[in-house]
Design a binder for this molecule. Structure first.
Ligand code: SIN
Length: 326
């Protein structure tokens, strides 16, 4: 049952959803992060016949938290965004937070938020693959769908809504540079779908809980974010890059191994040296689907079947929470 006068808060961060191109027929060459969140919200009511029924009883608040192309997303903006989510979600009358975001690093932000927000309410990210003034802009429908999902989602969780699909932050990945349905959740599949304002959750979808150690992480106390790099195993992979990183003061390395997390002899030797020197090394797979299945041949820990970029986020948060517990 819905409590009266509940709010959905919409936070704008930029991206193509807020982008503008030179003309309504130009969908791929444009400038991201041009329109404010108020304008994007207005566009939702302009498609279809007003707001969907599920949204009619909600009030909406919006806030421009950032205005950037998500290729330039940074830790300061993450910190601010997490704080704004946390602050809004702590209001009793706020049902959920929706975030508009660029597609390019959305999966990293979604995973980051899923690990740091402490609230028993949902956060829903959305985006677009075509700029706001394009004749077939996908942003207004995606935002409408995200608001609808936010109005019905229950409990904690960070979700992503685009192209009629609901994805979980743990699994979602951008898999295509230009297609309208550019996101995929690999073997986990979508968590649900939304068609004609109707949300259907997949009954067998299981969300993964966040590690309990992280509940102690206090972002307000973070003054410097750890330096963690992602490197890849490939033909003739050398240890030179690892040695240079260690010398330069890297604090963590994620290696995107080939196949089931295999790493060539030279690179592995370099990573073992780094590990012995106290650098945290984690393993993921450069394959874009399926988790690494750990065997006794793996020399480095694997974090919950995450992609390399999400493993990087998890490793940064792990380093931070260890620093805070000392
Ligand atoms: C961005 O990630 O901000 C630009 C690309 C996009 O949103 O599709």
């Amino acid at each position: 049952m819905q409590v009266k006068n509940q709010k959905i808060v919409v936070l704008g961060t930029g991206g193509t959803i807020a982008g503008e191109s030179i003309s309504a027929s130009e969908g791929l060459s444009y400038k991201a992060a041009q329109r404010g969140i108020e304008v994007l919200l207005q566009s939702v009511a302009e498609i279809g016949q007003g707001l969907p029924e599920t949204l009619a009883s909600f009030q909406f608040e919006s806030e421009q938290v950032a205005q950037l192309d998500s290729k330039d997303m940074d830790f300061a903006t993450w910190h601010h965004l997490a704080q704004r989510c946390q602050a809004w979600l702590s209001h009793e009358d706020v049902k959920a937070v929706v975030i508009t975001h660029g597609t390019d690093t959305l999966e990293e932000t979604a995973y980051f938020l899923s690990q740091v927000i402490v609230a028993n309410k949902p956060v829903v990210l959305t985006c677009a693959m075509r700029p706001a003034n394009f004749k077939d802009a996908d942003g207004p429908q995606n935002l409408r769908d995200a608001l609808t999902v936010a109005s019905v989602a229950q409990g904690a969780g960070v979700w992503m809504v685009a192209a009629g699909e609901i994805h979980h932050s743990q699994h979602v990945q951008k898999v295509h540079p230009t297609r309208i349905n550019a996101f995929d959740s690999g073997e986990a599949g979508v968590a649900g779908t939304i068609k004609a304002d109707q949300v259907t959750w997949r009954l067998d979808f299981k969300a993964v809980p966040k590690p309990s150690a992280l509940t102690h992480l206090d972002l307000a106390e973070v003054t410097a974010w750890p330096w963690v790099e992602v490197i890849m195993n490939h033909v003739q992979a050398e240890a030179k890059l690892v040695d240079m990183l260690v010398k330069a003061g890297v604090q963590g390395i994620v290696v995107a191994g080939t196949g089931n997390g295999s790493v060539g002899i030279a690179l592995k030797a370099g990573l073992m040296r780094a590990q012995a020197a106290g650098i945290q090394v984690c393993l993921a797979s450069r394959c874009n689907q399926g988790p690494v299945v750990v065997t006794e041949t793996h020399a480095f820990p694997v974090l919950a079947g995450l992609s390399p970029v999400k493993t990087r986020v998890a490793l940064m948060l792990d380093i931070l929470s260890k620093q805070q517990s000392h």
